[in-house]
Design a protein around this ligand. Structure first.
Ligand code: NDP
Ligand code: MG
Length: 386
């Protein structure tokens, strides 16, 4: 067994958060702190099992609820965005950032600035504040280890190759539930269909992003940020089986990739144990059972979000934040039943065209770009011009 690591889990009640606790339970890791937005009952159960020192809730009503629920435990319960950053800065072996959305950026920076290693699932952190995060990683001499399955695969494929030149990154995409659909067919798809991913069980926001292919657009930007490659060096390949999780092509033409069953516990555990590997409860890959692996191109004319993400990273500055903010707002409206599926892409593209971006990247310019993008999307939805 691994030495007893201490973890803080931001977003412990979500899909990645609960799977991180499964890994922690198996290996007997200690939990320093847990955080959530509003899932009071679940975080109470988690806190009673794992006995963290601190629980942080973002939502004020949920905070009051959790404080009452945990009153007999001696666990400190705190509330709000600043408290979330302070929680991320508590000294631990690793902070797992599994919150959803750009709200994850400042806690990521707080964790790095406190000298904590970060296991990063929250891709919106890198899409919006990639430059700031990489600078904080360097300045503090701590690692960010990716948890997103594709980026974990790339990270693993790069191990032992720091001296070697990368030709390109092969970023695999499942294609989502609407692979092969044209715009006409997409016009009538439902929320329920969008939330039914063929290979992965994930939170509602990323599942919607997988259906629009925005997830792959965000991941392209995430790869550029993490691995210091150009957007042109990232090749998106649709691979319906989600068995090859991504790969790296080197100068000599050799391609090194990572394969496995689609189970997020593998990259989550590897982020914590890196560079070591430990036994896991995850299923084993049988290539006999899989039989066939297929590869093809993404349809970027139909799935416009991916093409828009390419344009955003080519522009740079706050353009990816505008893309991300518009997408977060449009996906929230879709999940609330306010707009149909196809409008997500229309709103994102419309917003990226309409709003000017700033070349300067700071927390101020990022939060202003995010605010403006959400406001644009809100106004379009209110106008009902969709
Ligand atoms: P979920 O929606 O399942 O969970 C999100 C977590 O963040 C919950 O704990 C939630 O708390 C918390 N949260 C939500 N809003 C806020 C807020 N405003 N302030 C603080 N905390 C908040 O998401 P996933 O686990 O699916 O995804 C998390 C991140 O990981 C995303 O960035 C996603 O793109 C990435 N990722 C996820 C994968 C997956 O398999 N799920 C795969 C690869 C990447 P509450 O329960 O109270 O709402
Ligand atoms: Mg992924």
């Amino acid at each position: 067994m691994d030495e007893k690591k201490t973890l803080t889990i931001l977003g412990s009640t979500g899909s990645i958060g609960t799977q991180t606790l499964d890994v922690a339970r198996m290996h007997g890791y200690k939990i320093k702190a847990l955080t959530a937005n509003s899932s009071a009952a679940l975080i109470e159960r988690q806190a009673r099992e794992f006995r963290p020192e601190t629980v942080c809730m973002t939502d004020a009503a949920a905070y009051n609820d959790v404080r009452t629920r945990l009153a007999d435990t001696g666990i400190k319960v705190v509330c709000g965005k600043e408290a979330l950053c302070a929680t991320a800065a508590l000294p631990v072996d690793m902070v797992i950032n599994a919150v959803v959305g750009m709200v994850g950026l400042e806690p990521t920076l707080a964790a790095l600035n406190a000298g904590n290693r970060v296991g990063l699932a929250n891709k919106e952190t890198l899409v919006t504040g990639g430059e700031l995060v990489k600078a904080a990683e360097k300045a503090n001499g701590v690692d960010i280890v990716p948890i997103d399955s594709e980026h974990s695969a790339i990270f693993q494929s790069l191990m032992g190759n720091s001296q070697n030149k990368i030709n390109k990154i092969i970023l695999t995409a499942s294609g989502g539930p609407f692979f092969g659909y044209n715009k006409e067919r997409l016009r009538t798809v439902t929320l329920e269909q969008a939330l039914h991913h063929p290979n992965w069980s994930m939170g509602r926001k990323i599942t919607t992003d997988s259906a629009t292919l925005m997830n792959k657009g965000l991941e392209l930007i995430e790869a550029v940020r993490l691995f210091d490659v150009t957007p042109e060096q990232v090749e998106v390949v649709v691979h319906r089986q989600s068995i090859l999780h991504s790969a790296v092509e080197y100068e000599d033409g050799a391609v090194i990739g990572q394969l496995g069953v689609p189970d997020m516990k593998i990259p989550i555990q590897f982020a914590v144990t890196y560079p070591k590997r430990l036994p896991s409860l995850s299923g084993r890959l049988s290539l006999f059972d899989v039989g066939t692996l297929t590869f093809g191109r993404a349809d970027e004319e139909t799935f416009v979000c991916l093409a828009e993400a390419r344009r955003a990273i080519a522009k740079g500055g706050t353009a990816p934040t505008i893309l991300n903010g518009a997408n977060e707002a449009a996906v929230a409206a879709f999940l609330d039943g306010k707009i149909p599926f196809l409008c997500i892409g229309e709103l994102v593209c419309g917003c990226c065209e309409a709003l000017p971006y700033s070349a300067e990247v700071s927390l101020d310019t990022i939060s202003e770009a995010d605010r403006a993008a959400r406001e644009y999307v809100g106004a379009q939805i209110q106008k009902g011009s969709l």
